[in-house]
Design a protein around this ligand. Structure first.
Ligand code: ATP
Length: 220
Protein backbone atom coordinates (compact mmCIF):
# COMPACT_ATOMS: atom_id res chain seq x y z
CA UNK A 1 0.00 0.00 0.00
CA UNK A 2 2.73 2.46 1.02
CA UNK A 3 6.46 2.04 0.77
CA UNK A 4 8.78 4.82 1.86
CA UNK A 5 12.24 4.11 0.51
CA UNK A 6 15.33 5.98 1.76
CA UNK A 7 13.39 9.18 2.19
CA UNK A 8 15.14 12.37 3.25
CA UNK A 9 13.19 15.56 3.93
CA UNK A 10 14.31 19.16 4.12
CA UNK A 11 12.94 22.46 5.41
CA UNK A 12 15.11 24.76 3.30
CA UNK A 13 18.68 23.81 4.21
CA UNK A 14 17.64 21.97 7.41
CA UNK A 15 17.33 18.19 7.05
CA UNK A 16 14.60 16.57 9.20
CA UNK A 17 14.50 12.98 7.84
CA UNK A 18 17.54 10.88 6.97
CA UNK A 19 17.07 7.88 4.66
CA UNK A 20 13.84 6.73 6.28
CA UNK A 21 12.42 3.45 4.97
CA UNK A 22 9.16 1.88 6.05
CA UNK A 23 6.19 0.10 4.59
CA UNK A 24 2.52 -0.12 5.47
CA UNK A 25 0.55 -3.04 4.09
CA UNK A 26 -3.00 -2.66 2.84
CA UNK A 27 -5.41 -2.82 5.77
CA UNK A 28 -2.69 -2.34 8.39
CA UNK A 29 -2.87 0.07 11.34
CA UNK A 30 0.65 1.37 11.96
CA UNK A 31 1.50 3.80 14.74
CA UNK A 32 4.52 6.06 14.32
CA UNK A 33 6.18 6.85 17.62
CA UNK A 34 9.02 9.14 18.64
CA UNK A 35 9.84 12.09 20.84
CA UNK A 36 8.98 15.66 19.92
CA UNK A 37 11.12 16.66 16.98
CA UNK A 38 11.85 13.06 15.93
CA UNK A 39 10.25 13.70 12.52
CA UNK A 40 6.79 12.11 12.77
CA UNK A 41 4.92 15.13 11.39
CA UNK A 42 7.56 15.65 8.73
CA UNK A 43 7.17 12.06 7.53
CA UNK A 44 3.39 12.41 7.18
CA UNK A 45 3.78 15.76 5.39
CA UNK A 46 6.35 14.24 3.05
CA UNK A 47 3.99 11.36 2.18
CA UNK A 48 1.23 13.90 1.52
CA UNK A 49 3.54 16.18 -0.47
CA UNK A 50 3.26 19.18 1.81
CA UNK A 51 5.74 21.78 3.08
CA UNK A 52 8.95 19.76 2.78
CA UNK A 53 11.29 18.98 -0.08
CA UNK A 54 12.14 15.31 -0.33
CA UNK A 55 14.68 12.92 -1.82
CA UNK A 56 13.95 9.20 -2.12
CA UNK A 57 10.89 7.25 -3.20
CA UNK A 58 7.32 7.12 -1.89
CA UNK A 59 5.55 4.22 -3.57
CA UNK A 60 1.82 3.92 -3.23
CA UNK A 61 -0.96 1.87 -4.75
CA UNK A 62 -4.57 1.18 -3.94
CA UNK A 63 -4.97 -2.18 -5.61
CA UNK A 64 -4.38 -3.79 -8.94
CA UNK A 65 -7.95 -3.13 -10.12
CA UNK A 66 -7.91 0.57 -9.22
CA UNK A 67 -7.01 3.33 -11.63
CA UNK A 68 -3.69 3.83 -9.86
CA UNK A 69 -1.08 1.17 -10.52
CA UNK A 70 0.40 -0.52 -7.50
CA UNK A 71 3.80 0.72 -6.47
CA UNK A 72 3.83 4.00 -8.36
CA UNK A 73 6.38 6.51 -7.10
CA UNK A 74 4.24 9.49 -6.05
CA UNK A 75 7.05 11.51 -4.49
CA UNK A 76 6.94 14.15 -7.22
CA UNK A 77 3.14 14.38 -7.36
CA UNK A 78 1.26 17.49 -6.23
CA UNK A 79 -0.72 17.08 -2.98
CA UNK A 80 -4.11 17.22 -4.70
CA UNK A 81 -3.11 14.37 -7.01
CA UNK A 82 -2.11 12.25 -4.02
CA UNK A 83 -5.46 13.06 -2.37
CA UNK A 84 -7.30 12.05 -5.52
CA UNK A 85 -5.37 8.78 -5.57
CA UNK A 86 -6.71 7.93 -2.10
CA UNK A 87 -4.47 9.56 0.49
CA UNK A 88 -6.20 11.43 3.32
CA UNK A 89 -4.37 13.59 5.88
CA UNK A 90 -5.38 15.23 9.16
CA UNK A 91 -2.84 17.77 10.44
CA UNK A 92 -1.92 18.16 14.09
CA UNK A 93 -3.68 21.56 14.21
CA UNK A 94 -6.81 20.06 12.53
CA UNK A 95 -7.36 23.01 10.16
CA UNK A 96 -11.13 23.13 10.61
CA UNK A 97 -13.34 25.96 9.43
CA UNK A 98 -14.04 27.16 12.98
CA UNK A 99 -16.89 29.56 12.08
CA UNK A 100 -18.74 26.80 10.19
CA UNK A 101 -20.94 24.23 11.89
CA UNK A 102 -20.17 20.53 12.18
CA UNK A 103 -22.46 19.74 9.26
CA UNK A 104 -21.06 22.57 7.14
CA UNK A 105 -17.50 21.38 7.79
CA UNK A 106 -18.51 18.00 6.40
CA UNK A 107 -20.55 19.17 3.43
CA UNK A 108 -18.13 21.89 2.35
CA UNK A 109 -15.85 19.18 0.97
CA UNK A 110 -18.77 17.35 -0.70
CA UNK A 111 -20.67 18.04 -3.89
CA UNK A 112 -24.12 18.09 -2.26
CA UNK A 113 -25.56 15.10 -4.12
CA UNK A 114 -27.25 12.01 -2.72
CA UNK A 115 -23.96 10.12 -2.58
CA UNK A 116 -22.52 12.86 -0.36
CA UNK A 117 -25.51 12.66 2.01
CA UNK A 118 -24.94 8.94 2.36
CA UNK A 119 -21.26 9.60 3.01
CA UNK A 120 -22.12 12.17 5.74
CA UNK A 121 -24.36 9.54 7.37
CA UNK A 122 -21.54 6.97 7.22
CA UNK A 123 -18.92 9.22 8.82
CA UNK A 124 -21.39 10.35 11.51
CA UNK A 125 -22.02 6.71 12.38
CA UNK A 126 -18.32 6.43 13.20
CA UNK A 127 -18.47 9.44 15.52
CA UNK A 128 -21.96 9.39 17.13
CA UNK A 129 -21.12 12.33 19.41
CA UNK A 130 -20.98 14.59 16.35
CA UNK A 131 -24.59 13.74 15.54
CA UNK A 132 -25.65 15.56 18.70
CA UNK A 133 -23.99 18.83 17.65
CA UNK A 134 -24.54 19.14 13.91
CA UNK A 135 -25.42 22.84 14.12
CA UNK A 136 -22.66 23.82 16.51
CA UNK A 137 -19.80 25.98 15.16
CA UNK A 138 -16.52 24.09 15.29
CA UNK A 139 -15.09 26.91 17.45
CA UNK A 140 -17.46 25.86 20.24
CA UNK A 141 -16.34 22.23 20.42
CA UNK A 142 -13.82 20.58 22.72
CA UNK A 143 -10.43 19.57 21.36
CA UNK A 144 -11.48 15.93 21.16
CA UNK A 145 -14.71 16.73 19.34
CA UNK A 146 -12.80 18.93 16.90
CA UNK A 147 -10.37 16.08 16.29
CA UNK A 148 -13.25 13.74 15.47
CA UNK A 149 -14.68 16.33 13.12
CA UNK A 150 -11.31 16.76 11.41
CA UNK A 151 -11.06 13.00 10.84
CA UNK A 152 -14.70 12.86 9.72
CA UNK A 153 -14.13 15.68 7.23
CA UNK A 154 -11.15 13.91 5.72
CA UNK A 155 -13.21 10.71 5.49
CA UNK A 156 -15.68 12.60 3.28
CA UNK A 157 -13.05 12.28 0.53
CA UNK A 158 -13.15 8.48 0.95
CA UNK A 159 -9.40 7.91 1.43
CA UNK A 160 -7.84 4.45 1.17
CA UNK A 161 -4.82 5.43 3.27
CA UNK A 162 -5.40 7.74 6.21
CA UNK A 163 -2.49 9.73 7.67
CA UNK A 164 -3.22 11.20 11.12
CA UNK A 165 -0.89 13.50 13.04
CA UNK A 166 -1.25 13.08 16.83
CA UNK A 167 -5.05 12.70 16.91
CA UNK A 168 -5.07 12.02 20.67
CA UNK A 169 -2.76 14.80 21.84
CA UNK A 170 -4.31 16.83 24.67
CA UNK A 171 -7.62 14.97 24.48
CA UNK A 172 -9.77 13.65 27.35
CA UNK A 173 -9.29 9.88 27.88
CA UNK A 174 -12.93 9.05 27.12
CA UNK A 175 -12.64 10.74 23.72
CA UNK A 176 -9.31 9.01 23.08
CA UNK A 177 -11.22 5.74 23.47
CA UNK A 178 -13.84 6.95 20.98
CA UNK A 179 -11.13 7.89 18.50
CA UNK A 180 -9.45 4.52 18.96
CA UNK A 181 -12.75 2.72 18.40
CA UNK A 182 -13.39 4.76 15.25
CA UNK A 183 -9.92 3.96 13.91
CA UNK A 184 -10.45 0.25 14.58
CA UNK A 185 -13.80 0.44 12.76
CA UNK A 186 -12.07 2.13 9.83
CA UNK A 187 -9.44 -0.58 9.73
CA UNK A 188 -12.17 -3.22 9.81
CA UNK A 189 -13.72 -1.50 6.79
CA UNK A 190 -10.44 -1.90 4.88
CA UNK A 191 -8.88 1.55 5.32
CA UNK A 192 -5.13 1.57 5.91
CA UNK A 193 -3.89 3.77 8.77
CA UNK A 194 -0.56 5.45 9.47
CA UNK A 195 -0.90 7.42 12.70
CA UNK A 196 1.75 9.53 14.46
CA UNK A 197 0.86 9.16 18.12
CA UNK A 198 2.44 8.95 21.58
CA UNK A 199 -0.74 7.84 23.36
CA UNK A 200 -0.26 4.28 24.62
CA UNK A 201 -3.94 3.41 24.28
CA UNK A 202 -3.67 3.84 20.54
CA UNK A 203 -0.31 2.07 20.35
CA UNK A 204 -1.84 -0.93 22.13
CA UNK A 205 -4.41 -1.26 19.35
CA UNK A 206 -1.96 -0.98 16.45
CA UNK A 207 -0.84 -3.87 14.26
CA UNK A 208 2.70 -2.53 14.32
CA UNK A 209 4.76 0.30 15.84
CA UNK A 210 7.48 2.19 13.99
CA UNK A 211 9.80 4.31 16.09
CA UNK A 212 11.56 7.40 14.77
CA UNK A 213 14.60 8.81 16.52
CA UNK A 214 16.20 12.04 15.27
CA UNK A 215 14.87 11.66 11.74
CA UNK A 216 15.71 7.96 11.29
CA UNK A 217 13.78 4.72 11.88
CA UNK A 218 15.13 3.08 15.02
CA UNK A 219 12.75 0.12 15.32
CA UNK A 220 9.74 -1.49 13.65
P1 ATP B 1 6.22 16.92 17.37
O1 ATP B 1 5.53 15.83 18.08
O2 ATP B 1 6.83 17.94 18.27
O3 ATP B 1 5.43 17.52 16.23
P2 ATP B 1 7.64 15.40 15.36
O4 ATP B 1 8.23 14.07 15.67
O5 ATP B 1 6.40 15.45 14.61
O6 ATP B 1 7.51 16.21 16.71
P3 ATP B 1 8.65 17.17 13.36
O7 ATP B 1 7.66 18.23 13.65
O8 ATP B 1 8.51 16.36 12.14
O9 ATP B 1 8.78 16.20 14.60
O10 ATP B 1 10.09 17.85 13.37
C1 ATP B 1 11.27 17.19 12.89
C2 ATP B 1 12.40 18.21 12.79
O11 ATP B 1 12.08 19.15 11.77
C3 ATP B 1 12.63 19.00 14.06
O12 ATP B 1 14.02 19.20 14.20
C4 ATP B 1 11.93 20.31 13.78
O13 ATP B 1 12.55 21.36 14.48
C5 ATP B 1 12.12 20.48 12.30
N1 ATP B 1 11.01 21.25 11.69
C6 ATP B 1 9.70 20.96 11.75
N2 ATP B 1 8.97 21.87 11.08
C7 ATP B 1 9.84 22.77 10.57
C8 ATP B 1 9.72 23.95 9.79
N3 ATP B 1 8.52 24.38 9.36
N4 ATP B 1 10.85 24.61 9.46
C9 ATP B 1 12.05 24.16 9.89
N5 ATP B 1 12.25 23.06 10.62
C10 ATP B 1 11.16 22.37 10.98
Amino acid sequence: MLEVDRLSAFYGPAQALFDVSLHVKAGEFVVLQGLNGAGKSTLLKAVMGMEVKTRGAIRYGRDAAADVDVDVDISRWETHRRAKAGLGYVAEDRRLFTSLTVLENLTVVARGDAASKAQVARVLDLFPVLKTMLKRPAAHMSGGEQQMLAIARTLMTQPQLLLLDEPCEGIAPVLVESIRDALLALRASGITLLVAEQNQLLAASADRLVRLVAGTVSAS
